[in-house]
Design a protein around this ligand. Structure first.
Ligand code: 5CA
Ligand code: ZN
Length: 407
């Protein structure tokens, strides 16, 4: 499907600033920092929205984390092939469509467009491949064929299941014990109680048509794809095997990323990704912000209330991507004050030399995307005076290139 348009990313090397170093990020599978070295195009997959309600600050915060990663890669001189899906057919979307009397296709299109508009306003870099589940049915069926050939598929009634024991490494990404897995699987869309399954954690690959729900023809009978196989199929098609980073919010570690990675590994015989990177959860009123609970601050609502999108972006950047944190409306006010102070600092005819700041921002961002440390470095520069006539322009460019904030 159509992506959105990316903002231009200035190249710091063009200002004679050379290149930054390779990013290190926290890999959930190993629990350690991993250097994302390599040459050529970096390959990134980030799980996209299920478009049944508008983008909230939790979504925005997660997508912003992976925008930062791309900016570090680009500063290193690498191109990034970025793929993101849209779960444009799934239970929560269909349920919301029925509850509100809206056609499910229209609901998905409307909310996906709002997401594109929000991402554009926040200057979040766009995926090169923006791919819906509905347009990927053939890819999913192809991956199911590969899994069948590997002996990892079985039938319960008319539904197809993935046998998690076909992957000897199953569980390696989340590192959870059996009890924790069973609980999360039940809470996050799985069906551990379903009779006839070989193992409670086995997940749906193909769900047979249910009355009143959309379905597509297949050799297994009419139905629709399971959730995890959707992302596995889209990522493998557009990035290949063993791409650099599989990303998303921490609520996707299990079962979603565990299952997708297992399915892909069993089908291809290769690791799915090199690193599994997860953003923390944003809360509101003491609870994880979520469409299903309705405790939301929408990006679009903040925008229409007159908030400068760059202040929203700065408010999100004030938190390290891996931390869980709670939104309070005052954070937008603080971010606006920071934005105003930065804007007046770069509008000065001269400022303190920028070299130290450039190094500090680069170092902070390359070290597990430490945006709060980068913000502190810019604050410190803005608070001082100096007679370097180049530095305001350099700082404006660095803030744009690495933090995505247009001053
Ligand atoms: N379509 C699937 C992924 S394939 C999905 O999880 N969609 S979603 O709309 O529910 O979430 C989209 C992204 O936002 C996911 O990466 C999810 O982890 C992240 N997310 C959801 N709620 C929050 C939150 N409160 N804080 C931070 N990130 C969140
Ligand atoms: Zn996904």
């Amino acid at each position: 499907m159509r992506s959105w348009s990316s903002p231009d990313v200035p190249v710091l090397a063009d200002l004679g600033l050379g290149h930054g170093s390779a990013p290190s990020v926290h890999d959930s599978a190993t629990g350690a920092l991993q250097v994302l070295d390599g040459s050529g195009d970096a390959r990134l997959y980030v799980c996209g929205i299920t478009p049944y309600d508008a983008t909230h600050l939790g979504h925005a915060s997660t997508y912003l984390a992976f925008d930062l990663l791309q900016r570090v890669w680009r500063d290193q001189g690498r191109d990034v092939v970025y793929t993101q899906n849209v779960t444009d057919v799934d239970d929560p979307l269909l349920e919301r469509a029925v509850a509100t009397g809206v056609d499910w296709v229209e609901l998905a299109e409307r909310e996906t467009q709002l997401f594109r508009d929000d991402m554009t306003a926040l200057r979040v870099l766009a995926p090169r491949h923006y791919v819906g589940a509905v347009e990927s049915i053939d890819l999913v069926l192809g991956l199911i064929d590969q899994l069948e050939a590997a002996g990892a598929v079985y039938r319960v009634d008319d539904d197809l299941y993935f046998d998690v024991h076909a992957d000897p490494a199953f569980g390696a990404i989340s590192g959870l014990d059996a009890e924790q897995m069973a609980q999360l699987f039940g809470e996050r869309g799985g069906d551990p109680e379903r009779a006839g399954k070989k193992h409670p954690l086995d997940c749906l690959l193909w769900q047979a048509e249910r009355p009143g729900e959309p379905a597509w023809p297949s050799p297994h009978g009419p139905g629709r794809p399971g959730w995890h196989v959707e992302c596995a199929a889209i990522a493998l098609e557009h990035l290949g095997t063993t791409f650099d980073v599989q990303g998303g919010g921490s609520d996707l570690v299990f079962p979603h990323h565990e299952m997708s990675a297992s399915e892909a590994a069993v089908a291809t015989g290769e690791p799915f990704a090199r690193a599994y990177v997860h953003a923390g959860m944003v809360a509101l009123d003491g609870e994880k912000m979520s469409k299903s609970k309705g405790n939301l601050r929408l990006v679009s609502a903040l925008r229409t209330s007159g908030r400068d999108p760059m202040a929203i972006r700065l408010a999100l950047l004030a938190h390290h991507y891996r931390s869980d944190w709670e939104w309070f409306d005052e954070q937008a006010v603080e971010a606006q004050a920071r934005l105003t102070s930065w804007r007046s600092a770069v509008a000065r005819p001269s400022g303190p030399p920028a070299a130290q700041l450039v190094a500090a921002v680069r170092q902070a961002m390359a070290h597990d995307l430490d945006a709060p440390a980068a913000l502190a470095a810019v604050d410190a520069w803005a608070a001082r005076n100096g007679d370097d006539t180049e530095s305001p322009h350099v700082v404006r460019t660095v803030v744009d290139a690495l933090l995505g904030v247009s001053l």
